[in-house]
Design a binder for this molecule. Sequence first.
Ligand code: FMN
Length: 360
Amino acid sequence: MISDRKLKHLEICRDMDVGHRRKTTHLEDVELVHLATPELNLSDLDLSTVFLGKRISAPLIISAMTGGHPSTKKINESLAKAASELGLGICVGSQRAALEDPSQEDTFRVVREASGEMLVIANIGAAQILSPERLSLAERAVSMIGADAIAVHLNPLQELVQPMGDTKYRGVLNAISDLADKLGVPVVAKETGCGISREVAKGLLESGVSAIEVAGAGGTSWAAVEYYNAQSKGERSKAEVAETFWDWGIPTAMSICEIRSLKQSVSIIASGGIRNGLDIAKSIALGADLAGVARELLVPAFKGNREVAARLERLIHELKTAALLTGARDIRSLKSVPVVLSGGLLNWIMQRGLGACKND
Ligand SMILES: Cc1cc2nc3c(=O)[nH]c(=O)nc-3n(C[C@H](O)[C@H](O)[C@H](O)COP(=O)(O)O)c2cc1C
């Protein structure tokens, strides 16, 4: 049942236009200042970084997508092989299907098998950790793939608009806090396309999370995915509600500023609509530590690991180009390059009283 739903989601994301329609990431409101005399060679650049205790060759991970249906194994293998080949990290999709049906475990295990020692992040839903068995569920998710950390996904919009979604969220921060206290691996909190506000980030940090993946609006819209899902089942009223919320959420650039404005030590993963290496460079200059990419890698993943690696290589090459053109030799210096903000992003920062949101 859950397994079939996972496959359906994957096919909708591959075949339909599930991007935000009227909303963007607002990374277009971030301008990096061109440096005509960079005093650097391309070979001088070292964009590697340490995230959740593991070194990755560039500030980039593959965001959570799949696993949980037999035909997702090959896709996870392609993603993990490419991540490993390029020295990057990967987060698996929600492991709920395998926690409920152990015959699906190999569709997740393949990620650790194919990625060797690289950074692998497990994944569980906020709705699952509300269960009194949360610790044992999370431990099983982590041990299933020898994970270095676990992501807890927050997807209230999707749950509200999907047929038979979980609509109970009371107690979610306490549950995250309990996991962060007892689990023994770092906890990452992630949205799935609606972004994280300053207030939510504050609560998450007080609950002990080590990193926050913003998954802001401007990329994949899960209301859109559920719109197509409900339509295909003839559930007209669900489809209408989903369509109303198609563009709901905090855009990615705004969410980075929201969290960084707290001035607290937390790793921020910029995600939601990251389409190229310039988006990554802008996100880092704005306050993120690294970026995550999901749907952009889905079509390549259906073709194989070479296609995924080629897409990731392009992203890294674009990121290096932006770094060189702003005179940034490494991630530290990229974080402090000047940015000029405009439009909706500047407006948001002023109205929300976020002040300077950069990493300084
Ligand atoms: C096909 C697909 C499946 C996804 N499944 C999950 C999931 O199981 N768990 C999760 O935390 N996020 C999931 N996501 C959300 C992504 O991790 C990411 O937060 C979101 O898609 C925004 O990134 P994007 O705009 O690059 O796609 C999924 C995304 C896609 C495209």
